[in-house]
Design a protein around this ligand. Structure first.
Ligand SMILES: Cc1ncc(COP(=O)(O)O)c(C=O)c1O
Length: 392
């Protein structure tokens, strides 16, 4: 059944954080949720669940764990058992719990920047030290990508480093790491005896014919040191439902993670469990159509930047609905996030919170109807043109 992702969806009055943080004249293109209603099967399942009028304590069912296992087998040939699935409310909770579970206060946690800001704060929240290895920007005319800089990885790691947090697909670069690239990262982690926390929340948001390879599927010994975090939240636009999971095949790591969450991380919300179940059972068609729509939006974004915003450079994401703009040569003499918010009335994500390599960059969310995307890009272009005229 064709879904109409062009349909306007008014979120001003829904409680959406994305749409409420800024004044009404500002177009929000920041936080990573999409301006699309949830897939109809999720809505139907939630209506039915609400009609039960029972919101008591609920544990994830064995059937739900089996649905997840079947999906991992079907998509990645990854065989895991239901006891290796650990339910967690959210990935930020998961990242913090892993930082707490691995090593001791004062130990190091390695991350690759620029990266989703909670990667930088999770270690310090748990009395660990964040160690940043900046990715190397690879220019390609007006677009750019990133390469993992192993010299910087070696320079950042110390004998106190215990954990590496990987973002794959990567927010904000949009890179989906290949098997070969991940084998190289895994070799690095084995050599330094690091546990890997692989945040794969964006693994379903694949553009073009990009494939996702979970780190833990590379080899049994790599799975042994890996905690994988996944969720239906980004994919099906239900992050407010708080229903996610970790896949942990190593029983000792499972036990450590369980100990780190005991008493402080709640069970999942009962509606979140319903939403996850419906998402993974009934929404494949919706997801396929979403991917095609997001791929077209990615193309529109890149083409618009190349043709209409001469000073801006952009990534060409392979996954996610996030574009990352390099504004350092756009003639903007202030923080570009502030500039676009004030002069274009477009709210983006500011680069510096993404860590080393974020200064002069902004992140744009293109997970929205095409008309909204073009409105935002148009406002940004006009602001840049006014700036050019004022400068000239
Ligand atoms: C890489 C990554 N991890 C985690 C999250 C947030 O996950 P959650 O809402 O489940 O805490 C995001 C949200 O944008 C993200 O991009």
């Amino acid at each position: 059944m064709p879904y109409d992702f062009d349909q306007p969806f008014d979120r001003r009055h829904t409680g959406s954080m994305k749409w409420q943080l800024y004044d009404e004249d500002v177009l929000p293109m920041w936080v990573a949720d999409m301006d699309f209603p949830v897939p109809p099967p999720i809505l139907a399942a939630l209506h039915a669940r609400v009609d039960m009028a029972d919101f008591g304590y609920e544990k994830p069912s064995l059937a739900l764990a089996e649905v997840i296992c079947a999906r991992l087998r079907r998509l990645y040939g990854w065989d895991v058992t239901t006891e290796q699935i650990m339910f967690i409310p959210s990935l930020v909770t998961g990242i913090n719990a892993v930082a707490r579970a691995i090593g001791a206060p004062g130990d190091g946690v390695l991350v690759q920047t620029p990266v989703y800001p909670p990667f930088l704060t999770a270690p310090t929240n748990q009395d660990r030290v964040t160690q940043m290895a900046e990715l190397e920007l690879v220019p390609n005319g007006r677009t750019f990508s990133y390469r993992i800089d192993y010299e910087r990885m070696e320079a950042a790691v110390t004998d106190r480093t215990r954990l590496f947090i990987l973002c794959n697909p990567h927010n904000p670069t949009g890179e989906a790491y290949s098997r070969a690239e991940q084998l190289r990262m895994a070799e690095f982690c084995e050599r330094h005896n690091l546990i890997v926390c692989s945040d794969e929340i964006h693994c379903d948001l694949l553009l073009d014919d990009t494939q996702h390879v979970p780190m833990a599927t590379l080899a049994p010994e790599i799975a042994d040191r890996t905690i994988t975090l996944m969720a239906p939240s980004k994919t099906y636009n239900i992050p407010g439902m708080k229903a996610s999971f970790a896949v942990v095949t190593n029983p000792e790591l499972r036990q450590r993670l369980a100990a780190a969450t005991a008493g402080i991380v709640p069970w999942l919300n009962c509606l979140g469990l319903t939403a996850m179940d419906a998402a993974y059972r009934h929404c494949d068609d919706w997801l396929n159509e979403l991917r095609a729509y997001l791929t077209a939006n990615r193309n529109v974004t890149v083409q618009y930047v190349l043709e209409q915003m001469p000073g801006i450079k952009t990534t060409v994401p392979q996954a996610t609905y996030l574009a990352w703009f390099d504004c350092r040569e756009a003639g903007i003499e202030e923080n570009p996030y502030e500039f676009f918010r004030r002069e274009a009335k477009v709210a983006l994500n500011d680069g510096p919170p993404f860590g080393a390599g974020g200064e002069g960059f902004v992140r744009l969310n293109f997970g929205c109807p095409r008309a909204t995307l073009l409105e935002g890009l148009g406002r940004m272009k006009d602001a840049l043109e006014r700036l050019g005229r004022a400068g000239g």
